[in-house]
Design a protein around this ligand. Sequence first.
Ligand SMILES: [Zn+2]
Length: 120
Amino acid sequence: MQKIREGDTVQVIAGNDLGVRGEVKEIKKGFRVNRKAGQSTRDPGGDRLVISGVRMVHKHQKPISQTRTQTGIIEFEAPIHISNAMLVCPSCDEPVRVQIKIEDGRKSRVCKRCGVAIDK
Ligand SMILES: [Zn+2]
């Protein structure tokens, strides 16, 4: 079970955007490549998050075809590593660690700080 999901509010805990809060727009799934076996396996520890307003970068986009509509200098959010962000608890309003609790066979996310369930 993922500790951070799309739509969650997270706080950045490292780097230039330290302390900035934003909503998770997209989770880019991490994979570990095994070159010997020629296959890649899912690696949740390598996940990266696209957070609104965090790590804004500029890109000089050339018009190469009719289908590319955004050209010139465009600004967008680059993904940051999942370990550089922490989930913000809705009840205590702090960046917290998440505990996965199992009740009646159902998993739920619980704040480690105040003990309140994050998903209602
Ligand atoms: Zn809390």
